[in-house]
Design a protein around this ligand. Structure first.
Ligand code: NAD
Length: 370
């Protein structure tokens, strides 16, 4: 079996604390099942700035490009608030996304039954929720030109952002969404605003054509993005995969995420195009949360978002579906047993720290694997 090459970039704040729990899982999988993970570790964000004066070194960029997958913790913190803009901690993540051409951002919103009470919606609306938002990550209004503020000279200024999409960008993101749907409940809902935006008209046209040409077995529906936002809080379980552009995806994925409770629970994946020869994709997996400087170093961070990001890595980069299912099952089982980190603590539950949570999930995972 070929080695599975992982680059670990723990980053700053709680990033290294959460990553330590994934390292335990990797070591155990190698020892118990001969999973063949080979890991390298690099610096990103503030820690890279302190060491190299850059948010990621060229050597670590080269390692990221050569790895089968990158596991990323979190970056940033008050210590680096004053560093120059080009080398601020977030620049490391943006560089990785850009150079690895990670155009598809996957944000699952899964509601663990044990945490259904902590959602802002009623239990029956969210219990068992499993939605995957596929957001286009490298195009659209965040990158389109012109992007400027001009002085009109009469005491007024004008700000312009440009929403722009080419056919190939919509083809590749919708293709990714249809492929993912086939591994789930086989349904895709595409969201745009073709009633008021030309980019929405093209989006709908291209998604429809891709569906007809290559994925007629998948159920496709279309929804205006504003109605989609409404439906996500009204009846979220109607959705399987939602595919949408960069801006709407940014908003809708945060809405969907909050249906499920705490930031400390939310994983994500960013994927590139499949290599024409090997079929493998460049990929980066990271928790949605940041470096949480307010709790860093206290041993109380919730490692579940980071561990669930590793489960996504097993699923999407290594096709280790059974292992990913078991790891996600272990997270659910530990929550069912009443274990909680401080951020998700509630009455009658047992509060534990980062390392104890990681150990408990690892033990459940190993037991379920035997
Ligand atoms: P944050 O996600 O770091 O924290 C927001 C709140 O949620 C904090 O109270 C924090 O303690 C809590 N929290 C977050 N993750 C948690 C976890 N795993 N367990 C328990 N509690 C958790 O967002 P912020 O405070 O707005 O940003 C802090 C720093 O992180 C900033 O420098 C910001 O730029 C950076 N940031 C980085 C990323 C990233 O690396 N991808 C994402 C968002 C923010």
């Amino acid at each position: 079996m070929a080695a599975r090459k992982l680059l670990l970039l723990p980053g700053d704040g709680i990033g290294p604390e959460a990553m330590a729990e994934v390292k335990k899982l990797i070591a155990a999988m190698n020892a118990e099942f001969g999973s063949g993970f080979e890991t390298e570790e690099g610096l990103v964000g503030g820690s890279a700035y302190d060491a190299h004066g850059k948010a990621i070194s060229e050597q670590d960029m080269a390692r990221a490009m050569a790895a089968d997958a990158v596991l990323f913790g979190a970056v940033g913190g008050p210590k680096w608030a004053g560093v120059p803009y080009e080398v601020r901690p977030e620049a490391g993540l943006l560089r990785l996304r850009k150079d690895m051409e990670l155009f598809a951002n996957l944000r699952p919103a899964i509601c663990y039954p044990a945490l259904a009470e902590s959602s802002s919606l009623k239990r029956e609306l969210v219990e068992g929720l499993d939605v995957l938002i596929v957001r286009e990550l490298t195009g659209g209004v965040y990158f389109g030109e012109p992007k400027e503020i001009t002085d009109l000279g009469n005491g007024q200024k004008r700000a312009v952002d440009t929403q722009v999409y080419d056919t190939f960008e919509i083809e590749r993101i919708s293709g990714a969404a249809f492929e993912l749907a086939r591994t789930r409940r086989n349904k895709v809902c595409s969201m745009e605003k073709n009633n008021v935006m030309k980019s929405g008209v093209l989006w709908k046209e291209v998604v429809t054509a891709v569906h007809k040409a290559k994925y007629p077995d998948v159920e496709l529906t279309h929804m205006l993005a504003d109605a989609g936002g409404m439906q996500l809080v009204r009846q979220p379980k109607q959705f399987d995969v939602i595919v949408t552009d960069n801006l709407f995806g940014d908003l809708l994925s945060d809405v969907a995420a909050m249906l499920t409770g705490s930031l400390g629970m939310l994983p994500s994946a960013s994927l590139g195009s499949p290599d024409p020869k090997t079929g493998t994709r460049k990929a980066l997996y990271e928790p949605v949360h940041g470096s949480a400087p307010d709790i860093a170093g206290k041993g109380i961070a919730n490692p579940i978002a980071m561990i669930a990001s590793f489960a996504m890595c097993l699923r999407y980069s290594f096709n280790m579906i059974a292992e990913a299912d078991r790891l996600e099952g272990a997270i659910a089982a530990i929550l069912d047993d009443g274990y909680r980190t401080a951020d998700i603590m509630s009455d009658g539950m047992k509060e534990i720290g980062t390392s104890a949570m990681g150990d408990a999930i690892l033990e459940k995972f190993l037991t379920a694997s035997k």
